[in-house]
Design a protein around this ligand. Structure first.
Ligand code: PLP
Length: 429
């Protein structure tokens, strides 16, 4: 049995062992795997709402809007959970905008981030009436103003400022440093705000930053807030009103004994600073993704083969890098635990790998497991940046998804068939 199974599971309390195996809320995961097959993503609605509640408690009594960053998990059933709980959405493409519409989200609570919005995406967002564009360059300001004027509209904008703060996370998910492609430089921001205010197709409404993802410390947020508030002071001194401040997302989760601050504790500190600097009355926005869904989901998988080797033992499972891309992309850690612990079995160390033809297709390295072919495992902390990043590489259909809601389970995505993966392709004449 994996040692992580005997310690607190990431995803607890909704994820817990009982007499007859691992449960998520009231659902026995082995039963779900038998019913829907593997690989299978399973999410807990209660875990999502509990994660959201920490933000809501943090913002109690404040004018604040939580915009779920749907890039973390954009499945429609997941979006519905957040839309019904009053969330807005942070989107980064026209496709994500269509997902908000399909899930019944409120367009006025949508903010549109991203360095490469196309003219057609801008038109789509203006037509839908989104709340704010988070603009990432001067060139984008020009184009957005032109698109809005041509439609007889005024686009509400916030400029994403790069506070040049080190979030102390993986370089691929650090976004607020000078060398990153995101946002405008802090030292250029005032000039760019003046320029934005001069463009007829735009109305400046806010300021935005997002310094990275899987942040487990409070200090980078406090530093970023100081840098952003310095700017708010100088932008307002220049006669431009900032109605809202958007602090982005990025709060980390526990993957492997990580101890990020809880959202309410983090915001208690941030709000104290905001108040102390005289901006406590401003509307606040946040764009959390991972911290709302990451530990609400698991990926169930079956052991296909055990393959002993001279240097390594391999545990070949039916989930792969196309389902769970984070280890291959960021050397990320996901705990892997059995659905039914077999305490009588011999333990061994395995690299847990998928069937994809890449050496990078590993899900866990050097894991102590007591497994046999046919066993089922759960890959934990799989609610964020897994299904939304999944691909059809090796013509593998994407996994099915189930949402657990207390005693009820809902299939929210069917397993893709091979035919689904080549739908839209054309044979030559
Ligand atoms: N906002 C923006 C602009 C992002 O790029 C991201 C993700 O990288 C997020 C919000 C969500 O970040 P996280 O999932 O770490 O909360």
């Amino acid at each position: 049995m994996n040692t992580t199974a005997s310690t607190a599971l990431p995803g607890a309390p909704q994820l817990a062992y009982r007499q007859d195996g691992l449960y998520l809320e009231a659902a026995r995961l082995d039963d779900l795997a038998s019913q829907y097959g593997t690989p299978l993503f399973v999410y807990s609605k209660a875990a999502m709402l509990a994660a959201l509640a920490a933000y809501q408690q943090g913002f109690a009594g404040r004018d604040a809007q939580i915009c779920y960053a749907m890039k973390a998990n954009s499945s429609l059933g997941v979006l519905q959970v957040f839309a019904r709980a009053g969330c807005g959405f942070d989107i980064v493409s026209g496709g994500e905008l269509e997902r908000v519409l399909a899930a019944g989200g409120d367009m006025r609570k949508v903010i549109f981030s991203g360095v490469g919005k196309t003219r057609s995406e801008m038109r789509q967002a203006l037509t839908a009436g989104i709340g704010c564009f988070n603009v990432e360059s001067e060139a984008e300001l020009d184009v957005l103003s032109g698109v809005a004027l041509a439609m007889g509209r005024i686009a509400p904008v916030s400029i994403r400022v790069n506070p040049n703060v080190d979030p102390k996370t993986h370089p691929y998910i650090s976004t607020g440093l000078k060398g990153n492609k995101f946002g405008v430089a802090h030292e250029d921001a005032l000039r760019i705000y003046r320029y934005a205010a001069s463009l007829a197709g735009l109305q400046v409404v806010g300021i935005d930053c997002h310094i990275g993802s899987q942040i487990t410390e409070t200090t980078p947020y406090l530093d970023a807030m100081d840098r952003i508030l310095d700017l708010v002071d100088s932008i307002e001194a220049a006669g431009i009103t900032i109605e809202h401040i958007d602090f982005g997302g990025g709060l980390g989760i526990n993957y492997n004994q990580d101890a990020p601050p809880a959202a309410d504790a983090l915001w208690q500190e941030l709000l104290a600073k905001l108040d102390a600097r005289g901006h406590g009355g401003k509307k606040l926005m946040v764009e959390p993704g991972r911290s709302l869904v990451g530990n609400a989901g698991v990926c169930l998988t079956e052991v296909l083969y055990l393959k002993p080797g001279e240097q390594k033992n391999f545990c070949v499972i039916d989930a792969a890098m196309n389902d769970l891309p984070r280890p291959a992309m960021y050397q990320a850690f996901h705990a892997i635990v059995p659905l039914e612990p077999h305490r009588d079995r011999q333990q061994a160390s395995y690299d847990v790998v998928g069937p994809v033809c890449e050496s990078g297709d590993w899900i866990g390295r050097d894991r102590t497991l007591a497994v046999a072919a046919g066993d089922r495992l759960a890959v934990l902390s799989a609610g964020a940046y897994c299904m939304s990043m999944a691909s059809n590489y090796n013509t593998r259909g994407r996994a099915a998804e189930v949402l657990v809601d207390g005693e009820q389970t809902h299939l929210i995505r069917e397993r893709e068939t091979a035919a689904d993966t080549f739908r839209g392709e054309k044979l030559l004449p």
